[in-house]
Design a protein around this ligand. Structure first.
Ligand code: WTA
Length: 634
């Protein structure tokens, strides 16, 4: 595409242009898409409200840009290349034409089942092509998708269905993931029994086959609803600012919030960044190993690549099944050219030993990507040396569910990359560092709170059903800035290094979890009086979950109690939120106003008790020694 940056000089020019004339810059990029009607105005914004509008007055349908637009030139090119969990099973693939027809049929089936523009549809599915097809079918008719990661519990699923008052749930019968065989439909039934009255239909995709429970009238088979439909479905004209999807994400407080993205800006930004960060070229095979249940899957498995007319790989399995060479086997077999994964996967595979990566022909790989959490230098080097064989540049891409697309990243082979650094902002992005008082920290070789000064097209518009919460979380902490929740360092060359969250969000194996959510789950155990959860450095997961728990009476059987706590967390949130360590304590260090001193708990959890600072002003200083003595730093 003509907006693809190819040289460092072009990057500088594009960046300069995007700062001096943001509206002109983005209008030029947006000119490469198919709009049913173009915009009257590029941007209106006010961070204080917040009000964020891009391409005002424009009409479009994102699926016309993902599908219809490519039919003439790329109809027979593979759009989705599916690698199933079982390595012996054949690859399934969809050309752009087949994908177009499948999306249209599915869209017609949704309509036939009463789904209209603006209705919310929840997805709870493994990584099979039907998930991408379903999501696009929603977009085709203007329904809003809310994909819930299939590792979440029935409780979490029910919360999300209720928050968005979804009319339909689309799920699978079963999910084969690694050696596990999970009954997905049962989880959905359990969730729907928790008062999800808005759901009228459950559309069930037969993935593995096998007996499942069935509710006549409510449950319908995907193939029975979809297969006979016409493979033409007009694309609903959408306002650029109409909602495209909701995606729930964890924050410091309360329940996860539904981050809202809209059609126009999200389309322009995800495609632009996909194209530039991965330098996709014709005939490349791009593979992002994320799950579509997270934002990375939305933006860089489905929308970004399809908008750019790429071949995108969808992988159903896990990196260690049947063994720790699976990623590399697949890269060799499919001739993958861009490979995008999370540091936690790299660390886990590195720990299995080099023999799993050596011996595979990975010469096709041109670009390696990293996302979701800070990548430590050792993992970065291993990725670069063992996977990229020193030939493929690494793009350490920093972004968030709320940002919709990548904000800070190297451009491979074009701008410099450096271990542990996301490096420089992409065109259109104006990052800055603030101190605690909200003053901008100028100059280089400094550290502070990472904020963004100016909107970009795919910035979140609101949190579903609660605009005030959006303002409070992202725009109220610092006047007239978007606050990311991350701390960062800007080095002598002006490059950004992300340090990690400065709020009560922890990042466990690249999954974002709120400590308050985990505490609430632990507190459902009848014997728990109070708990405090913090993150601590973990070799593989990045951060591990450390829970301090106060019980109402001494526990009779320590082991049983711990298992009950883990079960409680699995039930309320999902297995991904299970604490790695649980320490039973008699009290938690608190200030005189009753606030838990998490700083102390974090230090103890990390095994560093050298600099706890002055604890004498605490309400209960004596508890600190007890906590240190009982700390689980084996
Ligand atoms: C963290 C994932 C360091 C960060 C796309 C952010 C990163 C949170 C990086 C968002 C990176 C993401 N280096 N940290 N390259 N990318 N993060 O919403 O703390 O699941 O705020 O979006 O992940 O997580 P989310």
């Amino acid at each position: 595409m003509s907006y693809t940056i190819k040289t460092a000089e072009q990057y500088k020019q594009a960046y300069q242009h995007s700062i001096e004339d943001p509206e002109g810059f983005w209008a030029e990029v947006a000119g490469h898409f198919f709009w049913q009607k173009t915009w009257d105005k590029v941007l209106e914004w006010d961070f204080r409200k917040p009000e964020l509008k891009w391409f005002i007055g424009a009409k479009l349908n994102i699926t016309e840009n993902c599908l219809d637009r490519h039919l003439a030139t790329k109809g027979d090119q593979t759009a989705i290349l599916f690698e199933p969990n079982d390595p012996a099973a054949p690859n399934r693939s969809y050309t752009y034409r087949q994908l177009y027809e499948s999306v249209c049929k599915t869209a017609n089936a949704l309509k036939a089942n009463g789904i209209q523009k603006g209705d919310r549809v929840c997805f709870y599915m493994p990584m099979v092509p039907e998930l991408a097809i379903g999501v696009l079918a929603c977009a085709r008719i203007g329904a809003i998708h809310s994909v819930v990661f299939a590792g979440f519990s029935a409780n979490s699923l029910a919360d999300r269905i209720k928050d968005a008052t979804c009319k339909m749930v689309i799920c699978s019968d079963y999910n084969d993931r690694g050696a596990k065989h999970i009954i997905v439909k049962d989880v959905v039934d359990e969730a729907l029994a928790m008062g999800c009255d808005s759901v009228k239909t459950v559309l069930v995709h037969r993935n593995t086959g096998g007996k499942i429970n069935w509710r006549e009238g409510r449950d319908k088979w995907w193939h029975e609803e979809v297969d006979h439909q016409s493979h033409a479905c007009p694309a609903e004209p959408m306002d650029a600012e109409d909602m495209l999807f909701i995606l729930y994400t964890s924050g410091s407080t309360g329940k996860p919030k539904g981050v809202v993205h809209t059609c126009g800006g999200y389309m322009v930004y995800t495609c632009y960044t996909f194209q530039n960060v991965f330098q996709y070229e014709d005939d490349d095979i791009y593979w992002c190993t994320a799950d579509i249940g997270w934002v990375t899957g939305h933006s860089y498995i489905v929308y970004g690549p399809l908008l750019a007319g790429a071949t995108t790989v969808m992988f159903e399995g896990v990196p260690t099944y049947p063994d720790a060479s699976r990623f590399w086997q697949v890269c060799e077999k499919l001739r993958v050219t861009q490979f995008y994964t999370a540091p936690t996967a790299i660390r886990a595979l590195m720990a299995h030993g080099d023999q799993y990566v050596e011996g595979f022909d990975l010469a096709s790989i041109k670009v390696l990507g990293s996302v979701g959490e800070p990548i430590n230098e050792e993992a970065w080097r291993w990725y670069y040396d063992k996977v990229g064989k020193g030939r493929a540049p690494i793009v350490d891409t920093w972004w968030q569910t709320e940002t919709g697309g990548i904000l800070i990243s190297p451009l491979p082979g074009i701008t410099p990359s450096r271990p542990c650094y996301a490096t420089y902002p992409l065109p259109g992005i104006q990052p800055c560092l603030l101190d605690q008082e909200g003053r901008e920290i100028e100059g280089n070789d400094v550290e502070g709170l990472l904020c963004i000064k100016f909107p970009w097209p795919s910035i979140l518009r609101t949190t579903y059903g609660d605009h005030e919460r959006c303002r409070q979380t992202y725009f109220a902490p610092f006047d007239n800035y978007y606050f990311t929740g991350d701390g960062a360092r800007r080095d002598a060359d002006g490059m950004y290094r992300i340090i990690g969250r400065v709020d009560d969000v922890i990042n466990v194996s690249g999954h974002r979890l709120g400590t308050a959510e985990i505490e609430n789950a632990i507190n459902t155990h009848p014997q728990v009086v109070e708990s405090a959860v913090v993150g601590y450095p973990h070799d593989i997961k990045g951060q591990g979950i450390y829970a301090y728990v106060i019980t109402s009476a001494p526990v009779a059987d320590d082991n049983t109690f711990r298992h009950e706590l883990l079960d409680a967390v699995s039930k309320v949130i999902g297995p991904i939120a299970k604490p790695d360590k649980i320490q039973i304590v008699s009290g938690l260090p608190k200030t005189r106003s009753g606030k838990i001193m998490r700083r102390i708990l974090r230090k103890v959890a990390s095994g560093d008790t050298s600099s706890l600072g002055d604890v004498s002003t605490l309400l209960n200083p004596e508890v600190v020694d007890e906590i240190i003595d009982g700390a689980l730093n084996e």
